[in-house]
Structures are given as C-alpha cells and as structure tokens.
Design a binder for this molecule. Structure first.
Ligand code: FAD
Length: 601
C-alpha cells in the first residue's frame, strides 16, 4: 500500500486501509451538533408537518410563494442561514460536518430545503470561500440573517453540463469602474426573489469564466417567469436576463478566469450535501412508510407484516445507514483537511477551497449514490402506501417528485460518474497524488488472500470483499486504460461501469468501518449494533451484485478472446459468493424498524 505524508488524500481509499481510529462515525456527533439537527428538525415540524397535510401541500403550490417567503424570514430570524458563515461575519461558523447534519435535518422541509440549500450553500459559499474581507463584510452578515436572499447563476439555455461554454459576457467600461454584463441564465434557484446573484460570465472573450457578486439593485436584471416544474414547486426557479448590468469592479469574485474552477468546487460542496439531504429524505420516508404499514390492515393483518413490504422497509433503512456512514465520513475528512491546511500556513480561504477540492472524487460518488437512493426510496414509499401513496393526501407523491431533481442538478449523475473517474485518472496519472503503481503491485497479493479461511476476525469476510472490490476496480480500470488509452473517454458506458464499482467499494467500506468502530467501542449500543451489522452485510451483498454486473459489462465491452477469459476468471475469483441470507437479513432489519414505528438508528 502507498505511504503518504498526509493521510488526508481524496481517492486514497482505493489504495489504503483506513484505521478505525481515523474514521468519523455519526454516533460520534456531539450534543451541540445534535442540537443543530434538532433545531432544524423542530423548525420543519413546527412550520410544516405539525400543521397538517394542508400546510405541507402548500409546498406544492407553485403559484403561491408566500409560504416560502414566510418560512425564509423565520429561518433567517432563527439564524439558520449562518450555518457556514464565519462568526466574524455574523454566522455560526460551524464546521463542515455539522453543516451536513443541518442539511440532513432540512430534508424534512421538502422543497423549502432547496431554497435554503441555495442560500446557505451554492448562493453564499462562493463569497465565504473566495471573497475578500471587504466582500465578506459587506454581504455575509445580511445573508446570515436572510435580509439578503441569494442564488447561484451558472447554467444558461445553451450551456448546462458544459457549463464553461456559457455565453454571458462582462466588459469593463471605459472609465474602468464597472463591468457591464449582458447575457442570460436559466434554472436559477431562488432567482425570483434573490437580492444577490453569484453570476458566472466571461470577461471580454476569455476562454474561462469569471465570477461576480451582483446585487439586484444594480439594475439591468430582468427576472423571467417561474418555471413550471415536476417537483420542488415551492422553490423559485427562473431565467435571468442581463441588459447592461453595471457591476462595480470590486465585485469581481476571486481571480479573473478562475470562475469555472470556483463553480466546480462549490458544486463539490453541493454534491455531498445532496447525499446528506438524501439521508434525511430516506429516513423520513422510512418513518412515514412504516407508520402507514403498521396501521394499514389487509388480509386481516398490518401490511408491515408481509415479506414484500419488509423487503422495502429493510432495504430503505439500509440505504439510509450506508449513505449516512459515507457522507459523514467524508464530511469529517474535509474538516480535518481544512485544519491540516491551516496548520501548514494556508489562508482561511485557501484552506476552505482546497479541503473541499481534495475530496472531489468522494463528493461525486456521494452525489450519485445519495440521489439514486433517495429516488428509489421515495418510489418505494409510494408503493408501500398503495393508492394512498399516489394520492396527494399523504404527501408521499410530492416527495417522489421532489426527490427526482437530485439526479439532475449539481451536475447530472452521468457527469458525476464521469467526473469521479476523470478525477481518479488525473490524480493517478497526471499529478500522481495517488500511488497507483504501488497499489497495482499489491493486487496479486490481494487475489492470493481472497477469502482466506484463517482470517476469522470481526467482519473478516466483508473486509476481504471490500478489498477485492477495490482490486477489481483497479484491475479493470488499469486494463481498460491500457487497451483503450485516450479512447476510454469516449467509451462512456465503460466509464459508468467503472464508476459504479468504485462507488460501491467506497460505500461498503464506509459502512464497514462504522460498525468496526462501534464494535471496538465498549460504550456503544450493542443491541443496535446487531442491526447495523446486518445493514452493512446487506449492502456488501448488494455491492457484490452491482460490481459483478458492472465488471461483466465493462469486460465484455472492451476485451476479447484470452484477455476476456482471463479477466473474467480473475474478477469472478475476487467477487465470489458471499454467504448471507438476504431475505432473513432484510427481514431482521425491517422487524426492528417496524417495532420502533420509525427509523430508529
Ligand atoms: C429545478 C432546477 C434547479 C436548478 N438550479 C440551478 C441553480 O440554482 N443554478 C444553476 O446554475 N443551475 C441550476 N440548475 C441547472 C442544472 O444544474 C442543470 O439542469 C444540469 O446541470 C444539467 O444541465 P442541462 O439541463 O442543460 O442538461 P444537459 O447538459 O443538456 O444534459 C442532458 C442530458 O445529457 C447528458 N449529458 C450532457 N453532457 C454529457 C456528456 N458530456 N456525456 C454524457 N452525457 C452527457 C446529461 O447527463 C443529461 O442526461 C437547476 C436545474 C433545475 C431543473
């Protein structure tokens, strides 16, 4: 395994074993952090769910945004928008992982979560990360209280995934005092009522974007009609039209031409938050579903007692658990990296920027996994509710429609899968931050140790499977890269397969590390641990299934003859059968959830 000076290297999970001492698990959240969760949770219960389905349904009323504005003001008064803003600028200055916990709790706010997300994340973090002291002093205190609503404007009608091809242009006026902005943006969250826009545009004919802090009061911004959307209807989404918007020169954010990097880095932040929000959404879905399933009688018994329903409940709970394990593991790494960079002399801004950038691979993985899990869970929540799930009366169909956007924004899931792999290749072969060659050397050893019958420590089989998943990723990625070279970029189907293998290795490892740490901790709740072990085992079982399919697809797509035969033999030997009973495992998980009548972990 590679030895490195710092343990905090994004993507390094593929080549190194993480010591349980170094991993953060959600059970370690402090009372103070839990209070943040509770405050946001209580806010959503008091202002929405506690007031009944009519109030919740208002979140779906696209014509009437009064409720959102009302909630926005109340959230601002409570100080909720200061979550990531440093204390010296009027915020709470919380660490990154607490910010994730905040996002998880906010999922209960339904589409209001998107409104708040745009305020505390993509709309204000560009200033927190890249702003000058003067810019921070001017804008952040008002953003923290909600006096200023903000938004992030990157996408244009002709540039979505290909964001750097944006056409909006800013030209310095003759007096040299203002940039004059012209152009158009599309799909801008909070755009309908924002006071501040972070706008990405090209200065003159630059190849790369720059970023600007633009106040609505500067004039020249025309706000388009609210988009009619499938979900998150209470969230404002509009087009913006710029007609000679005068932006004071000092409102250039960061350096000229560095806006695209900034945009991507801010999206790293948004991506991991999508996973944390997904965790909140799935937990909520589990609770709603199990409450319904426990009281709905068919064939003289609660539907919760049917195996087909237990399958869904057990699976949903497992997905919340695994995504939670992975999201907060990465969140804590970001915090540690930030401190490490500060200790090494980095400025506050650079430490924030680079700690986030470090984990671009993990953020992309989490975005895809969290969004796909929450969409699946929302769909199954409807199924558990039967016809009532399809009715607007329960609010579940709204959650299903709301969840769907998470696969699209903050970079589509296709783009994020490609990004995870591209970043891996960059780090392994260009910057050489990841010691791929050393890792490749250790793979034959990994194969030789496959399912060592003498390795009978706690979760030894699962440990080996995780190690083998990583080996499979390395073997196929290495072989496909050697064979296809730069053409691999065009073989996106294979790239997707590789990204999926990488992802399940990371997710499985995260859950496994969590229960290993809990097992080693004398104080941990051992009764709960039994179910947490089952959830990890179930995920490992599924990870193998996903990896087998993806590996077969990849190999069948690029290899032929002897190479194909050899690759398949190696991969099959690594991804051997894992002997658990998935039905009993899911049922055991579901039984605990059903008895608690909520998500209890
Ligand atoms: C409700 C909502 C809110 C939003 N909020 C904001 C916001 O606040 N600020 C903002 O700037 N943007 C926002 N967006 C925009 C969002 O980020 C984009 O919609 C998203 O990045 C995808 O861009 P697109 O819609 O142009 O799709 P396209 O880029 O046209 O993609 C269409 C399809 O093609 C695929 N595709 C594209 N390029 C490739 C490729 N190279 N290889 C393979 N497949 C590819 C995509 O994965 C997708 O499946 C929002 C969008 C919505 C719907």
């Amino acid at each position: 395994m590679a030895t490195t000076k710092s343990k905090l290297i994004g993507g390094n999970f593929l080549f190194s074993e993480t010591d349980i001492k170094d991993v953060f698990i959600p059970e370690e959240f402090t009372e103070e952090q839990k209070m943040i969760w509770q405050t946001v949770h209580d806010f959503c219960m008091k202002e929405l769910h506690g007031l009944g389905i009519e109030r919740v349904a208002l979140m779906d009323a696209e014509k009437d945004r009064d409720l959102v504005i009302e909630l926005f003001k109340k959230a601002g008064e409570l100080g909720l928008f200061g979550v990531s803003i440093p204390e010296e600028y009027g915020g709470m200055g919380l660490d990154f992982n607490t910010g994730l916990l905040f996002t998880e709790a906010l999922a209960l706010g339904l589409s209001f979560a998107t409104t708040v997300g745009a305020q505390v994340s993509i709309g204000s973090l560009p200033i927190v990360f890249y702003g000058t002291h003067e810019q921070k002093e001017k804008y952040l205190p008002k953003i923290a209280t909600g006096e200023y609503a903000c938004s992030y404007a990157l996408t244009e009608p002709s540039s979505g995934s290909d964001a750097n091809s944006a056409k909006s242009q800013a030209v310095l006026n003759e007096a040299g005092t203002h940039y004059i902005l012209n152009g158009q943006k599309m799909w801008i969250t909070n755009g309908g009522f924002a006071d501040i826009f972070i706008i990405f545009a090209k200065i003159d004919n630059d190849e790369r974007l720059s970023a600007f802090i633009v106040e609505k009061s500067f004039g020249g911004i025309e706000i388009g009609k609210e988009e009619k959307k499938m979900g998150i209807k209470s969230s404002s989404t509009v087009q913006l039209f710029f007609n000679n918007v005068p932006i004071p020169k000092e409102n250039l954010l960061g350096e000229r031409g560095k806006g695209f990097n900034m945009a991507l880095n801010i999206l790293n932040n948004g991506r991991i938050k999508i996973c944390a929000g997904g965790v909140g959404g799935i937990k909520f879905g589990v609770t709603k579903s199990v409450e319904y399933a426990n009281q709905r009688i068919q064939f003289n018994q609660p539907i919760a007692q049917f195996g087909a329903m237990k399958y869904k409940i057990g699976q949903m709970a497992m997905m919340a658990f695994v995504n939670e394990s992975a999201a907060y593991r990465v969140g804590a790494e970001v915090d540690k990296k930030y401190k490490e960079l500060l200790a090494n002399g980095a400025s506050e801004n650079d430490a924030k920027i680079n700690s986030m950038r470090e984990y671009a691979i993990e953020c992309a993985i989490l975005k895809v996994q969290g969004s796909e899990a929450v969409c699946w869970a929302a769909d199954e929540a409807i199924q558990i509710h039967g016809g009532m799930g399809y009715s607007m009366e329960t609010g579940v169909e709204m959650a299903y429609r709301d969840a769907r956007i998470t696969k699209i924004y903050e970079g589509t899931n296709e783009i994020n899968r490609m990004l995870a792999l591209a970043e891996f290749y960059k780090r392994a072969f260009q910057t050489k931050e990841l010691k791929i060659n050393d890792a490749m050397k250790s793979i034959p050893m990994g194969i030789a140790q496959n399912f060592n019958p003498f390795n009978n420590g706690f979760m030894a089989d699962e440990d080996e499977i995780v190690s083998n998943l990583k080996s499979v990723f390395m073997i196929i990625t290495g072989a496909a890269g050697r064979k296809l070279k730069t053409k691999l970029v065009d073989e996106q189907e294979i790239v997707m397969n590789l990204a999926d293998i990488m992802a399940v290795a990371f997710m499985a490892e995260s859950a496994l590390l969590r229960i290993k740490k809990l097992n080693a901790d004398k104080e941990s709740d051992k009764e709960q641990l039994k179910t947490k072990i089952k959830m990890t085992q179930l995920y490992v079982y599924e990870a193998l299934e996903i990896a087998r399919k993806a590996a077969d697809n990849a190999i069948d797509s690029y290899a032929k003859g002897v190479e194909k035969f050899t690759m398949k033999r190696v991969v099959n030997s690594l991804l051997k059968n894992y002997d658990i009973n998935p039905k009993d495992t899911r049922r055991a998980i579901a039984d605990v959830v059903i008895a608690a009548n909520q998500y209890p972990f």
